[in-house]
Design a protein around this ligand. Structure first.
Ligand SMILES: [Zn+2]
Length: 133
């Protein structure tokens, strides 16, 4: 049984928590078509990842507020508008690969009621793989 925190952090398949959702490397934003362990198709229907855009938007807004407040505190209450614009835009651009990947992961883990962790399925596949060797 794979803990949800570890599966989320490593972007594992929502159903078996064993297969990778993305190819390796945070800057390489290519997603596998299906789970290489349990054969779950990640894009469950056309336009499935539109919801992930809204998750990504919410993540970006939360990051902008956090970075803006941190800039205010760390700069001693600066009123230079260009300081805030520069730092916030830099943060959004730098965090875009992270947002892309984890918006899809969060969407599949928490916003799709048809997907859930099936530990018995993962065990069954594991047993089949072991017996086939
Ligand atoms: Zn899987």
């Amino acid at each position: 049984m794979v803990p949800i925190g570890k599966a989320l952090r490593n972007a594992r398949c929502v159903r078996c928590r064993k297969g990778d959702m993305f190819y390796p490397g945070i800057m390489r934003q290519k997603m596998h078509e299906k789970c290489n362990y349990c054969d779950l198709f990640y894009e469950r229907h056309p336009g499935y990842f539109y919801v992930s855009m809204f998750v990504s938007y919410a993540m970006a807004v939360a990051e902008m507020i956090t970075v803006g407040v941190a800039t205010y505190v760390l700069s001693g209450g600066s009123e230079n508008m260009y300081l805030y614009i520069g730092i916030i835009l830099s943060a959004v651009v730098l965090l875009a690969p992270f947002n892309f990947r984890y918006s899809r992961v969060l969407h599949m883990y928490f916003l799709d009621p048809g997907l859930k962790y099936e530990p018995k399925l993962a065990e069954k596949i594991h047993d089949r793989m072991v017996s086939a060797q």
